[in-house]
Design a protein around this ligand. Structure first.
Ligand code: FDA
Length: 304
């Protein structure tokens, strides 16, 4: 628990981030969890995963931009990505963060940036998932997604099972037929807003997963927790919910054995594939989830 807080604390350090992201050995450090620096790297990983029956959602790494030019540049990367996915007939969609699209600078500009991506996703019959960040952003993120969903149904939201509020949020998203990705939650939240105990977070995931399976619109269960996935699949089978009416999602580089196993068992599996130079906060969150990952990262560095 202490290590989790330590990594989440360091994930917010701007100075450390600047230093680490400029480090020449960075690519070796991150290769287990990040597809590469360029969009082509993520597209190439997608091509390989598609061959083994796995689709992807592509995330251009970057959060907390400091000016609207950076936000517009991120939007343009996503627009080009959607074109490439379409042109190359890949099984992939995209995931983005509102702090990368400028929400801290101008909510109106952020909305326009996300709308441009959602419009393009609709035109190309593709999809954009808006990731959920810390609880400071939950209200604004859900409001923006709900509003844009009225115009562009190809946009979805993420619900975090560690938040007390999530059951209520999920009921509303289900009512609006908005596609939801259910996750446990990756940020450092106080006990005033989030369940402090892992077993409470897990129990809430289980409960929300059942709600989604029964009433959600093409939901995604995003976890590497075998026990929770097993319970959800058992629940779906017992209620006659077909395997193709929901997705199992996992992160690039994590539990690849499980990803293949679910594909072999006839499930729809999608892998979240991050790419880009701004990898530091993403990597720190992965270390926080599993401090043993430090050894993966260290062995990548030592590898010749
Ligand atoms: P848990 O942490 O309990 O881990 C269960 C098991 O999975 C572990 O025992 C281990 O075997 C394996 N595992 C988990 N994390 C690992 C890691 N980093 N390295 C190696 N093994 C690991 N969060 C968020 O707040 N907003 C978001 O938008 C998203 N989006 C998102 C998309 C997708 C597709 C996924 C899979 C996850 C997210 N997350 C997220 C992250 C999520 O909130 C959560 O932090 C991670 O999925 C880790 O939690 P698990 O559900 O895997 O369970």
């Amino acid at each position: 628990m202490l290590l989790r807080h330590f990594f989440l604390f360091t994930s917010r350090s701007a100075a450390l981030r600047r230093w680490m992201e400029r480090w020449p050995a960075a690519l070796r450090l991150t290769s287990r969890f990040v597809a590469g620096a360029r969009p082509e790297d993520a597209l190439s990983v997608t091509r390989q995963l598609n061959l083994s029956g796995i689709s992807t959602t592509l995330d251009y790494l970057g959060e907390s931009v400091t000016n609207l030019d950076e936000a517009a540049a991120a939007r343009d990367v996503y627009l080009r990505l959607l074109d490439c996915i379409h042109a190359q007939s890949l099984q992939a969609n995209v995931s983005l963060k509102l702090t990368q699209f400028g929400i801290d600078i101008s909510e109106a500009a952020c909305r326009e940036n996300v709308a441009a991506v959602a419009r393009k996703a609709c035109e190309l019959h593709n999809f954009v998932h808006v990731d959920m960040e810390s609880s400071d952003y939950t209200d604004r993120t859900l409001a923006l997604v709900s509003d844009l969903h009225e115009h562009f149904p190809s946009i979805g939201a993420v619900v975090q099972s560690y938040l007390y509020r999530s059951e209520r949020d999920l009921e509303e998203l289900i009512r609006r037929k908005i596609r939801v990705r259910l996750v446990k939650g990756a940020y450092d939240e106080p006990p005033s807003v989030a369940f402090p105990k892992k077993r409470e977070v897990d129990a809430n995931f289980d409960k929300l997963a059942r709600m989604l399976l029964q009433a959600g619109n093409d939901p995604a269960l995003a976890t590497h927790d075998e026990k929770l996935l097993r319970a959800a699949i058992k629940f779906a089978a017992a209620h006659g919910i077909p395997k193709d009416s929901y997705e199992i999602q996992m992160l690039y580089g994590i539990r690849r054995d499980l990803q293949s196993r679910y594909v072999a068992a006839g499930h729809r599996v999608r892998v979240y594939v991050p790419f880009g130079d701004a990898w530091y906060p993403y990597l720190m969150r992965r270390l926080a989830e599993r401090p043993a990952n430090v050894w993966f990262v260290a062995s990548n560095l030592l590898r010749k």
